[in-house]
Ligand binder design. Structure first.
Ligand code: GLN
Length: 485
């Protein structure tokens, strides 16, 4: 008999609806599991047990009265840059260590209104800048498959918690790969929706034209259910898309016959681990045997994506993070009568080194005299990258690539060399530049560590991506593998 904390969201849903267990029992089980492993994994910044049990009681009441919905009683971890009213939201930064939001982000407001139970807030790279969770100001999160390795980032807490069964579902955010890459490194499923599909209201901004919230789940069905719960128009986010509601589980047919899949050669990059290549190539063969047709395609602007991202993302970050000056909220250095000195010291002490590096890069790229050479140029390249994708999507329905060129690496291995760290995201960040949906699903192991396959679709093709991933999942067992922690 499986423990309750081992259940997927859809299994938990079935059990709750059948009355096999209560939401309170499920929440207790998750905290029991957290008690067993969290000391080693460190996937959470804050645990909200009392709050969770109250929400679980309310969910049980709603279920008993026939008012239950798809999320009633489901225990969720929320990344610590998504505002939760009355509950600290730190961005894993000293700057916001004591910040308690006075309002809920739309995504959490929606989940809570549908009966979800907040287990706690997920650890991350500070302000979502990083690929390993080592940039958290508090502590790194450890990969449940090998505690000496990183879980990926920046939503490392989300992926590690789901992989270690410390949460049934987690919400992450993805600016350049931060949902998909940790999902890949931890052997779970992660979906970055189309830009504008999910409201960013209450998401503490890193790079506003790239940021998007999405689910990290134990399988594809769970991601579809979660997307149903969080997607939709929000007048409080001016970039939110006003579309009719979609049921993302309805398209999970398990049939991909005739689907045209493109394999972009540029994503099988130099320096990619052979074990990763083998696993992804094996997955492509599997998709072919399930009835999809596979053809090589080319996205020639891919080689400029990393440089383009590392101009645009830092530029936007330098503007977004200007608000942390110690005046309105967050950390404030007060030990001087001089206002400028106070602001300077606040930022010096409040931000970690990667965040400062990004702010400096961005301020430089946006400054007079450099704007045309860097920022403007990057925006022009961004258009070319978008056009590249638009062109291949006239030819194929979706693209298949590795999510990350490497498996989880040892903690500390890449911290001294930022460029090595940036290179981990070569396969994921072009998708944010183009605003496309993409997801990562487990497709094998290399040296005992999970490998993820990335599926990329044209704008608003989430249903198609979910069905390809689901069909693959039905035919394979990778998603069932769990670390023996
Ligand atoms: N690793 C990338 C960065 O550091 C992407 C992070 C993210 O998606 N939030 O910018």
């Amino acid at each position: 008999m499986a423990e309750l904390w081992q259940l997927t969201l859809h299994e938990a849903r079935a059990g709750l609806d059948a009355g096999s267990f209560s939401a309170v029992e499920l929440a207790h089980a998750c905290f029991e599991r957290i008690g067993q492993v969290e000391e080693r994994v460190k996937a959470y910044v804050t645990l909200t047990e009392n709050h969770a049990l109250q929400q679980a009681e309310a969910a049980d009441k709603a279920l008993a009265e026939g008012r239950g919905g798809p999320m009633s009683g489901i225990p969720v971890q929320v990344k610590d840059l998504i505002c939760t009213k009355g509950i600290p939201t730190t961005c894993s930064s000293r700057m916001l260590e004591n910040f308690v939001p006075v309002y809920d982000a739309t995504v959490w407001e929606k989940l809570a209104a549908q009966g979800a139970v907040l287990l706690g807030k997920g650890n991350m790279d500070e302000f979502a800048m990083g690929s390993s969770c080592e940039n958290s100001a508090f502590y790194p999160t450890h990969n449940p498959w090998d505690l000496g390795r990183v879980p990926g980032g920046s939503s490392g807490g989300a992926a590690a918690a789901v992989a270690a069964d410390e949460a049934i579902l987690a919400l992450g955010s993805d600016t350049g790969g931060s949902i998909r890459q940790p999902a890949s490194l931890c052997g779970v499923a992660g979906l970055k929706p189309t830009y504008g599909r999910v409201s960013r209201y209450g998401l503490i901004a890193f790079a506003s034209s790239l940021d998007q919230i999405g689910p990290v789940g134990k399988d594809v069905t769970d991601c579809a259910i979660a997307l149903n719960a969080i997607a939709g128009y929000d007048p409080r986010d001016s970039t939110s898309l006003n579309l009719p509601a979609t049921d993302f589980t309805a398209g999970l047919t398990g049939d991909i016959k005739g689907m045209r899949l493109g394999i972009p050669s540029e994503y099988f990059v130099e320096g990619m681990e052979p074990g990763v290549r083998d696993a992804v190539e094996g997955a492509v063969k599997e998709l072919e045997s399930l009835g999809a047709s596979v053809e090589p395609v080319s996205l020639p602007t891919t080689e400029y994506a990393l440089a383009c991202y590392y101009i645009i993302a830092p530029s936007e970050c330098s503007a977004n993070l200007a608000r942390y000056d110690g005046v309105k909220f967050g950390y404030s250095y007060q030990d001087t009568p001089d206002m400028w000195q106070a602001m300077e010291t606040t930022r010096q002490q409040g931000f970690g080194s990667e965040v400062k590096r990004r702010i400096m890069l961005g301020a430089y790229a946006l400054s007079a005299g450099y704007y045309d050479a860097y920022y403007l140029k990057a925006q022009q390249v961004r258009t070319l990258i978008r056009q590249d994708f638009a062109r291949v999507f006239e030819q194929v329905d979706a693209l298949v690539t590795p999510t990350s060129p490497v498996v989880a690496f040892p903690i500390g291995e890449k911290t001294a060399d930022p460029v090595q760290m940036y290179l981990i995201d070569v396969c994921t960040l072009p998708i944010n530049i183009a605003g496309l949906p993409a997801m990562s699903v487990p497709c094998g192991f290399s040296e005992g560590l999970p490998v993820g396959m990335q599926l990329i679709g044209p704008q608003l093709a989430e249903e198609r991506l979910l069905n390809i991933a689901y069909t693959y999942e039905q035919a394979t067992e990778w998603h069932k593998a769990r670390p023996g922690i």
